[in-house]
Design a protein around this ligand. Structure first.
Ligand code: HEM
Length: 236
């Protein structure tokens, strides 16, 4: 594992933290929100420059569910982030003196909608890369052999995070936010700041767990079907 790749992963983590910070608008205020958002977009440009070979190889993507799903999710991510970027510019306070007043109520609503969908789609994007991230973790901790107890503990943690994620989803009222419904409830940062980030991270964790294990089940189903087909067509 190269030093460059590790540095890239650090930058990816920073990008994820900046995305989460963006949700705490009413805690951080507008200036920090706009600065964090700008830094996140700059990091995302770098992220895609590092991954430019992936973009160049799209036409050669294998026609199987996992790869096609990965391409679909990356395009959904691109669309969401572009929507977030365009609406950010339109409603920016910092740019309001140089730009005409294009950003009204609807643009703000689209901005918020894109942000919450970005959280979900980034989590799917990470769930798809979970085997890679686990490989990096194994390397860093010097883990060579499989261990049943460790696997069991990690799976139990994944289940606990997923259950917390369902509760957090309800606590944050994400259902209404992802369907662009008007709500007056907002997180009370005076009550708890850490709680807000724990809820956001737990929802992201839930989506990652569902993506990772969902695809695993799909692959198991496929190989079972393949095995049955192979057995049916064996010469007797
Ligand atoms: C907070 C936002 C994001 C995070 C945390 C994130 C994280 C990651 C990670 C950990 C990887 C694997 C390691 C690497 O190549 O750096 C990756 C790969 C990739 N990401 Fe992202 N990403 C984010 C946003 C995006 C966006 C917005 C796009 C596209 C518009 C994107 C496109 C890609 C591509 C094309 C790859 C390579 C895929 C492959 O090799 O299979 N990412 N991302």
């Amino acid at each position: 594992m190269s030093r460059l790749f590790l540095s890239r992963l650090w930058l990816d983590s920073l990008t994820a933290v900046l995305l989460l910070l963006g949700f705490a608008y009413w805690w951080l205020g507008n200036a920090v929100h706009e600065l964090a958002g700008t830094a996140m977009f700059l990091l995302l440009i770098a992220h895609n420059l590092f991954n430019r070979r992936w973009w160049g190889g799209i036409a050669r993507t294998r026609r199987e569910p996992r790869s096609l799903f990965n391409v679909g999710i990356t395009f959904a991510l691109l669309t969401t982030m572009l929507a977030l970027l365009v609406t950010s510019v339109l409603i920016s306070n910092a740019l309001s003196s140089v730009l005409p007043p294009w950003g009204g109520f609807t643009v703000r609503q689209i901005h918020t909608l894109a942000a919450y969908w970005a959280l979900v789609i980034v989590a799917i994007h990470l769930g798809l890369r979970w085997p890679l991230l686990m490989g990096v973790a194994r390397n860093l901790f010097g883990i060579r052999e499989p261990n049943a107890l460790r696997t069991l503990l990690l799976r139990a943690m994944a289940v606990a995070i997923a259950i917390h994620g369902v509760w957090s989803f309800l606590q944050l009222g994400l259902g209404t936010k992802l369907s662009m419904q008007m709500t007056l409830d907002w997180w009370n940062f005076e009550e708890s700041v850490v709680g807000f980030f724990v809820h956001c991270a737990a929802v992201a964790g839930l989506v990652m767990v569902v993506t990772y294990y969902g695809l695993k089940l799909l692959q198991l189903g496929q190989s079972a079907r393949g095995h049955a087909f192979w057995q049916r067509h064996q010469p007797r």
